[in-house]
Design a protein around this ligand. Structure first.
Ligand code: ATP
Ligand code: 6CM
Ligand code: CA
Length: 507
């Protein structure tokens, strides 16, 4: 058996982990091909082509191929058969349900899918049912109706909002089928084992970037094809006994809530709306008063100020999950989380951000909390207190360079497993103190965005969607959903070359 490599692959040997093979196909040789180099000496050559993942710079993946030639037809067929059986044994998806948001990001979802993703799915013999959404919540509602057991995964083509829709559909469906009431904040939720794939075509694409390392449709399609699996923590958000939403990336009050609220009116601007509303919100410099109470995440050995970040096969995520299941086994349902220590902080905040992952995105490649973990059962709670505009700008700029964004006297960060927030306004209302003047003042400042005073309340930004209540209770659910991803690889190029299970070994 001889090997002819793709011309772009100039190394002598080609090592490919079998888990990263996309497809194996018999190759029809045309006359021209038969006359290339050594192969022309073969009487009647037979060949097969292996399509595999080629790792490029910055976590980008591409599809490459290598063709194997031989004179013996039987041997050639044996190889094809053996490799196909090997592929069958892996947990690669065969049937996918795809939702495309044609209006996300730069409105290119449909063409991205048709031109870059569908041909790869077809090469990998994946069958798809494709739904192009016609309105918001189309995907979510549809997930309550479809025969979900038919699929090995659900793919969303769009941004973080589209992912959120699909996740809500899947989690909601699981709870409905199991008779679990999502409105009960303490309900033992049923995990969702069907994997979700994200083809990035949105404005921020933070979930894709933070779980894959790049926002690139071909790379994400290949992670789906090879059947990667990355668990993700999910926060449930309640207002008293009413379920509001789930969150996997950012729950932000103040700065990011105000950006979102303003930017929703400017959807026609596409991804630029965030720059416009970001500048406007920065200039308005509003701060908000309230009380935040939280339970520190004692089960995890990591800290938000660690130098190392969460990477593929993360030790901290594994250890934290083990620790939590151990705790659960020991205490079972009797485990009363409410009795554990709550820390209470009152203050004036420019921003309150709770992140379940780093929230890295093209705008901020290290994210809001660079050492946050994808699957450790905790969120990083970042409190940015009232400070000068200049200091807040210094804080924001550090999201884009190597300096530590938590190294400011006005910024505190905690790793938590649950938290609650009440704005001063709702606290006052609850204690029946009506301060009409304050409410009017709030209104006045909303109308004059250039003034830097406190207004009554902001809005929560929950993965890019606004929440209706400012008073919320949040609980992190460890590894609650699964993605077709593997986390960010340490050094993807080198790892590919030294895998134990490689075609080279087979040969
Ligand atoms: N056909 C549709 N028409 C209008 N809205 C839709 C449609 N399909 C989905 N949506 C809604 O559009 C919202 C935003 O979509 P999406 O997340 O794909 O793009 P984005 O907001 O530009 O990106 P990002 O969330 O990354 O900032 C989603 O919350 C989804 O509910
Ligand atoms: C002077 C330069 C300063 C630059 C500072 C840049 C800091 C950028 C941090 C970006 C953090 C994104 C967090 C992710 C939030 C998503 O769940 C959400 C939905 O897609 N996107 C936004 O809310 C959109 C949020 C848009 C923020 C601009
Ligand atoms: Ca986490």
């Amino acid at each position: 058996m001889r090997m002819r490599q793709n011309p772009q692959f100039d190394r002598k040997n080609c090592f490919v982990p079998t888990s990263e093979i996309i497809a194996v196909e018999e190759t029809e040789l045309n006359k021209k091909q038969r006359n290339i180099g050594k192969w022309q000496k073969m009487a009647k050559p037979h060949a097969f082509t292996v399509y595999y993942v080629k790792k490029a710079r910055n976590h980008r993946w591409r599809c490459s191929d290598v063709t194997f030639w031989c004179v013996d037809e039987h041997l050639c067929n044996q190889w094809i058969q053996a490799l196909k059986e090997l592929l069958e044994m892996q947990s690669k998806p065969k049937q996918l349900l795809v939702y495309i948001n044609p209006y996300g990001g730069k409105r290119q979802g449909k063409s991205i899918y048709e031109q870059k993703v569908a041909p790869l799915f077809s090469l990998a013999s994946i069958s798809t049912d494709v739904v192009i959404t016609e309105h918001a919540n189309h995907a979510k509602d549809n997930l309550f109706e479809v025969n979900i057991n038919k699929y090995d995964g659900v793919v969303c083509v769009g941004g973080d909002g589209m992912f959120s829709e699909v996740m809500h559909g899947l989690i909601g469906r699981m709870q409905k089928d199991s008779g679990i009431d999502q409105n009960n904040p303490k309900a033992p939720l049923v995990q969702c084992n069907i994997r979700i794939g994200i083809i990035p075509a949105g404005s921020t694409d933070c979930i894709c970037y933070s779980t894959v390392g790049i926002s690139d449709p071909v790379t994400s399609a290949l992670h789906i094809i090879v059947g990667d699996c990355q668990p993700l923590d999910v926060s449930s958000v309640h207002h008293n006994n009413t379920f509001l939403k789930y969150s996997v990336s950012l729950l932000g009050y103040g700065f990011y809530g105000d950006i979102l609220k303003d930017s929703e009116k400017k959807r026609w601007m596409g991804p630029m709306r965030y720059d416009y509303s970001g500048l406007k919100t920065f200039l308005s410099h509003h701060y908000y008063e309230g009380t935040i109470s939280f339970q520190p995440a004692k089960h995890t050995v990591g800290s938000p100020q660690d130098k190392d970040s969460c990477r593929t096969g993360c030790y901290i995520c594994k250890k934290s999950e083990q620790q939590l299941s151990q705790q659960y086994k020991e205490c079972g349902l009797k485990h009363e989380e409410d009795e554990e220590e709550w820390k209470v902080i009152k203050g004036k905040f420019l921003a309150i951000n709770a992140v379940n992952m780093s929230c890295a995105c093209p705008r901020s490649p290290k994210g809001l909390s660079p050492a946050a973990h994808l699957a450790d059962g905790s969120a990083d709670l970042i409190l940015v207190r009232k400070c000068s505009r200049f200091d807040f700008l210094r804080y924001l700029v550090r999201h884009t360079n190597q300096d530590d964004q938590f190294d400011f006297s006005f910024v505190d960060v905690y790793r938590v497993k649950s938290f609650q927030f009440t704005s001063k306004l709702s606290e006052d209302n609850e204690s029946n103190v009506t301060d009409i003047g304050k409410k009017r003042f709030g209104q006045f400042c909303r109308d004059h965005p250039a003034c830097c005073c406190n207004i009554a309340s902001s809005t929560w930004n929950c993965d890019g969607e606004t929440l209706d209540s400012s008073a919320i209770q949040v609980r992190v659910h460890c590894q609650f959903v699964k993605l077709f991803a593997r986390g960010i690889e340490e050094n993807s190029k080198d790892e590919a070359a030294y895998s134990q299970s490689s075609i080279e070994q087979l040969l």
